[in-house]
Design a protein around this ligand. Structure first.
Ligand SMILES: Cc1cc2nc3c(=O)[nH]c(=O)nc-3n(C[C@H](O)[C@H](O)[C@H](O)COP(=O)(O)OP(=O)(O)OC[C@H]3O[C@@H](n4cnc5c(N)ncnc54)[C@H](O)[C@@H]3O)c2cc1C
Length: 421
């Protein structure tokens, strides 16, 4: 299968650099808030609940945590990772070759259906004729969930299926989703009339609209049409696997940022839940060593989900090395440069990539590093572009997490990290 149905846009992001990418979907998104990740809630009959449910209108993380856990986050790692009861490095003993990593997520969705724990799973397939265009699927069989293995790395209106859930009389449901979808679902959970809800979260950051994903691939790959799988790896490079099986790699420092800075939706740049903290179980990779997945069981239901999969899992070791704090002031300093500023010369980039791999943060420290960097970058984005929204869209834990950097923050940005009033 090729991506021919949706040829890559070589001419640039769908709406031009520096604009709000999602507005490329102007018609579809009419009447939505200015920050919108197209989670799908507004396509459903629950649209009237959007002002209370959307994390980009009123972030309710603190209240939802209280409901799920009876408390809020405590120092240290909970501030970054969200509340969890246990975390693991794990992978399927028999990996699914179609999966993004080893296939824990789709195997779990399939198992929930096989064991009758749920009647349906909301998951994300690929639109017909495309490899990566996201299409929400209400899977009723294990085979249907397994067919959705692998990332479709673009925005997907999964919550639009909540109407079908109601119409089909489904009372026991699982959702596999990103944090904006999970926040909205948690906020309307009581209105759904469900008997059981399992929430399987995937970490998510810097998602893009489909058109901009195809454009992105033209900028980072020598053969964008043949990319069948890609991932931003823990070794500070993007791995792209092609139809013939070969893997092309591009170091993060070699990304042509001058050509990319317009592609990320303003909503994703205003998101503060990279690790999907309101799920029952988060399944990602960024806190684990290369080749392993990072799994956080957050609630009692999350522990139940993990135990369902345990017999099929190989459990590894969670490790950590390096010191993320050393690079943070430099990262802050870079944020003061205009987006898309000129890249350093090739040899310097090569050296940086080598140092990142050898001396940069690894294991859990890598996860801490990237989560903190995105919190900081996104806080500054909101302050720069949507300052009036800060009290409503920036949740409490952001300031607490970044507190150790309050001094360099003040020096570099000339203002306090947290509002002191
Ligand atoms: C846009 C995006 C960015 C991500 N960024 C990170 C990251 O920075 N760090 C990290 O640790 N993990 C990240 N992940 C999650 C990670 O890439 C894997 O999806 C996850 O670890 C599960 O792997 P698996 O092999 O168990 O999944 P599989 O068994 O292959 O299943 C993949 C699941 O992902 C779901 N999915 C695919 N595309 C989408 C989509 N667009 N929206 C919602 N759900 C979707 C499918 O429903 C499917 O159930 C990201 C995922 C996406 C979609």
């Amino acid at each position: 299968m090729t991506n021919a149905a949706t040829a890559p846009l070589e001419e640039g992001p769908s709406k031009g650099f520096g604009q709000i990418t999602l507005l490329s979907h102007d018609d579809r998104l009419k009447g939505r808030p200015r920050l919108c990740s197209d989670c799908g809630l507004c396509d459903s009959a629950l649209k009237p609940s959007m002002p209370q449910a959307c994390m980009f209108v009123d972030n309710r993380t603190q209240a939802i945590e209280q409901r799920l856990h009876g408390r809020n986050r405590q120092p240290d790692d909970e501030l970054r990772f969200g509340i969890y009861r246990a975390q693991y490095a794990a992978r399927m003993r028999r990996p699914n070759p179609q999966a993004q990593w080893s296939g824990i997520v789709t195997a779990l969705g399939a198992r929930l259906l096989e064991q009758g724990k749920v009647e349906a799973v909301i998951t994300t397939g690929a639109a017909p004729g495309t490899r990566f265009k996201a299409q929400p699927i209400l899977a009723r069989t294990a085979a249907e969930v397994l067919a959705t293995a692998g990332n479709k790395p673009c925005l997907s209106p999964n919550l639009s299926l909540l109407d079908s859930v109601r119409e089909q009389g489904i009372k026991r449901l699982a959702l596999i989703g990103t944090s904006c979808q999970v926040h909205a679902l948690r906020a309307v959970e009581a209105e759904l009339g469900l008997e059981q809800l399992y929430v399987i979260g995937i970490p998510c950051s810097d998602n893009v609209a489909y058109e901009d994903l195809t454009y992105f691939l033209t900028q980072v790959s020598r053969s964008p049409e043949t990319v069948v799988h890609h991932e931003f790896m823990q070794d500070f490079s993007l791995w792209m696997r092609h139809e013939d099986g070969h893997v092309e790699r591009l170091n993060f420092v070699d990304f042509p940022m001058d050509k990319l800075h317009g592609i990320f939706p303003s909503a994703c740049l205003s998101c503060f839940d990279y690790p999907n903290a309101l799920s029952d179980l988060t399944v990602g990779y960024m806190g684990a060593e290369l080749g392993w997945q990072w799994v956080l069981a957050r609630t009692e239901r999350g522990e139940e989900l993990f135990e369902l999969m345990r017999p099929d899992l190989e459990i590894g070791e969670l490790t950590e090395r390096g010191d993320r704090r050393r690079g943070m002031p430099r990262f802050m300093e870079r944020l003061t440069h205009p987006p898309g500023a000129k890249r350093p010369p090739f040899l310097i980039r090569k050296l940086v990539a080598m140092l990142q791999r050898r001396k940069g943060p690894g294991g859990l420290e890598f996860a801490r590093a990237v989560i903190e960097m995105k919190l900081l970058r996104n806080l500054n984005y909101v302050r720069g572009k949507f300052a009036r929204l800060e009290p409503r869209v920036v949740p409490y834990h952001v300031y607490q997490t970044l507190e150790p950097y309050a001094e360099p923050y003040r020096e570099i940005f000339g203002r306090a990290l947290a509002d002191e009033s």
